[in-house]
Design a binder for this molecule. Structure first.
Ligand code: SF4
Length: 121
């Protein structure tokens, strides 16, 4: 049996949890959490961690060469690198409004990449 330590980020307490993992990669025991939401978070963080993807993409404006973007929901952590490589090919054309979808359903994750700033003429 192995142990996995995961800090819960569900609230400012930041509980340090310990997961005991069985031979089939199953979670056998969890200690250190203080609420059921935290317990659920650390199990999901162990099984399939997700993150909001953030990046900058190129624009066609020399005065403003980069536009910050993010996904509108978390995607699997294992897809972050592929998401970054996908966006390398994109160039934003003005005008872009904050919140505008730049790339829908990136990598079939169900998440849209949206602008986090305006890019105006
Ligand atoms: S386990 Fe509960 S109390 Fe602890 S950090 Fe997570 S959400 Fe907060």
């Amino acid at each position: 049996m192995i142990e996995e330590k995961i800090i819960c980020i569900g609230c400012p307490l930041g509980c340090e949890t310990t997961l005991k993992i069985g031979d089939q990669a199953e979670v056998v025991k969890i200690t250190g959490y203080k609420c059921k939401e935290g317990r659920q978070y650390v199990v999901e963080e162990y099984r399939s961690p997700v993150r909001i993807f953030t990046a900058t993409i190129l624009t066609e404006k020399s005065a403003r060469p980069l536009l910050p973007v993010r996904t509108d929901r978390p995607i699997l952590k294992s897809k972050l690198k592929e998401a970054a490589l996908t966006l390398v090919r994109f160039k934003a054309k003005s005008p872009v409004r904050i919140g505008q979808v730049i790339l829908p359903n990136i990598l079939n994750t169900g998440a849209d990449v949206i602008a986090t700033d305006d890019l105006l003429d």
